[in-house]
Design a protein around this ligand. Structure first.
Ligand code: ADP
Length: 506
């Protein structure tokens, strides 16, 4: 087993990996940028090493420094987490060349799967169904039109090197194609240093359903069930759940076996996720492979009872999987809400600030994977993910009920978050029915999201409560409403104000 693991990441995922290291009895080391000197992952880690200035290009993306620090610290493995360098094949190669273990797939597998055209070709060869589409050359519009016509409009122009939902353009009509190709290529060139684009049929109201897989270096491969991640903004996930309401045992087996076939074709070793889009007739199409630990891995952990990060480290150390396909038993239901510093009322714009009040929910079936504490600062330098709130229940209704309660217990002041938005999503009828698609937000919030506004019936109550809670943000609206509806508004306003000033209560 490894002597020490260097974690090349920050925030909640660094802490999640530290926990897995401790379970395995492996010492851990983390890195931090100057703005993260007081961050929670630095406090918790066995040791922490300064890496550079706040911009990630000068810190968490410095592959040379990461390898140097790993060596100095006596670490023999590097865990990249997700984001940053997790799917950078050059980094995986440099780590291996330095004689260290990269806790993830090989550079070759990452390279093949990170290039979406190469990945599609690999899947075609393995007879895995892909979304209709093909490669295009932006200088040959006629040929591009032919590819688009064959798919049928609308089509989606995507970046070959894309990720994080960036660089995609929907094209409704043939005469919009040329311009869209030019724009997408230019965006892709700037964002990924690779201007190649391709065309895919744009599926209407698909579900995003992905299959978790694990494959060890002996070639044992297992699928651990699906996650539904259809609730997205800007093609990025916001709410995930396992299992999916639209997947039955038969479909799970079909998707799982296809996913195993896909990763086996890529000679993939480690944890991975095969993403699919599922249309309204429950046909599924390969989208991509995420060659790393996923943000949403906890929902799978809860329904399978398997510690995926511990398993991932074991696989990297050359151990065989600790389970076989027959051992995988999906029980109950889990939901994850990504708690982000962003303004749902303003097109989900990322927000910054200091947590002047912070309290996490808990209770039966509640798990919080967070990277912050009271006084933490959300800066503009990194991803605005603050925490992942995950609930588990014997069935979907119970998981939803626990999520509603947990969201109402979650208290963050000083930074605008999407907690109220999550409340609205989890509490809405369409979510309760499981009527999900990647258009969920557009369909259910056609005018954009607007938190419940107060009818100003008793302006005095509102004014007093607002004054008492003057330095708290808009997350207080729910409480203000409760005050307004009550009889003894002044006493209640005082109580509420005091409670908030002390940061207590739910
Ligand atoms: P990225 O690698 O940037 O995350 P993906 O290919 O994984 O891009 O797609 C991200 C999301 O974009 C999907 O979950 C889905 O919502 C949307 N999307 C991608 N391809 C299509 C498609 N062909 N039709 C409809 N939606 C799509």
């Amino acid at each position: 087993m490894f002597k020490k693991i260097l974690i090349a990441n920050r925030g909640e995922i660094a802490i999640r990996i530290i926990r897995a290291c401790r379970q395995l009895g492996i010492p851990d080391a983390v890195v931090y940028s100057d703005i993260d000197a007081g961050a929670l992952h630095v406090r918790i880690a066995d040791e922490a090493h300064y890496i550079g200035r706040a911009p990630s290009i000068e810190s968490y993306l410095r592959s040379d420094k990461l390898i140097e620090i790993a060596k100095q610290a006596g670490a023999d493995a590097i865990h990249p987490g997700y984001g940053f360098l997790a799917e950078n094949w050059q980094f995986a190669q440099e780590v291996a060349e330095a004689g260290l273990t990269f806790i993830g797939p090989t550079a070759t597998a990452i390279k093949a799967l990170g290039d979406k055209l190469m990945a599609r070709a690999l899947m075609d060869n393995a007879a895995v169904p892909t979304v209709p589409g093909g490669s295009v050359n932006i200088n040959d519009i006629e040929a591009a039109q032919a590819v688009a016509e064959e798919c049928g409009f609308p089509v989606l122009v995507k970046a070959v090197a894309g990720g994080g939902g960036k660089g995609m353009r929907i094209v409704e009509l043939p005469d919009e194609l040329e311009n869209a190709l030019q724009m997408a290529a230019s965006e892709a060139g700037k964002a990924f240093g690779d201007a190649r684009v391709y065309i895919e049929k744009y599926l209407t109201r698909p579900r995003h359903i992905e299959m978790q897989i694990a494959r060890d270096s002996q070639g044992n491969a297992v699928y651990l069930g699906e996650r539904e991640c259809s609730i997205q903004r800007r093609h990025q996930k916001l709410v995930e759940e396992a299992p999916s309401v639209c997947v039955d045992e038969k479909l799970r087996r079909r998707m799982g076996e296809i996913a195993v076939k896909a990763v086996t074709a890529a000679e993939y070793v480690n944890l991975g996720t095969v993403e699919f889009l599922v249309d309204q007739n429950r046909n599924f199409y390969f989208l991509e492979v995420n060659a790393r630990l996923q943000v949403e891995h906890p929902v799978t952990e809860l329904v399978t009872g398997i510690d995926l990060v511990r398993e991932q480290i074991n696989i990297a150390a050359g151990k065989p999987l600790s389970f076989s396909q027959e051992d995988i038993d999906i029980r109950g239901h889990a939901i994850e809400c990504r708690i982000c510093a962003e303004d749902a009322e303003n097109n989900f714009m990322p927000c910054t600030g200091e947590m002047i009040s912070y309290r996490e929910p808990s209770g039966p079936g509640v798990r919080v994977d967070s990277g912050v504490r009271l006084g933490s600062v959300v800066s503009p330098y990194y991803d605005p993910l603050i925490a992942k709130l995950i609930t588990y229940g014997a069935n979907r209704d119970e998981a939803i009920q626990r999520m509603v309660l947990a969201l109402s217990e979650y208290r963050i002041c000083g930074v605008t978050t999407n907690i109220d938005f999550h409340h609205s999503v989890i509490g809405c009828q369409a979510f309760a029915r499981g009527d999900l698609s990647t258009d969920f937000i557009a369909e259910n919030y056609p005018e954009g999201y607007c938190s419940e506004q107060l009818p100003v019936a008793d302006a005095r109550a509102v004014a007093i409560a607002a004054a008492l809670s003057h330095y708290y943000d808009a997350t207080g609206i729910r409480q203000l409403k409760a005050i307004q509806g009550s009889g003894d508004w002044l006493a209640n306003a005082r109580r509420e104000g005091t409670r908030r000033l002390e940061g207590g209560g739910w």
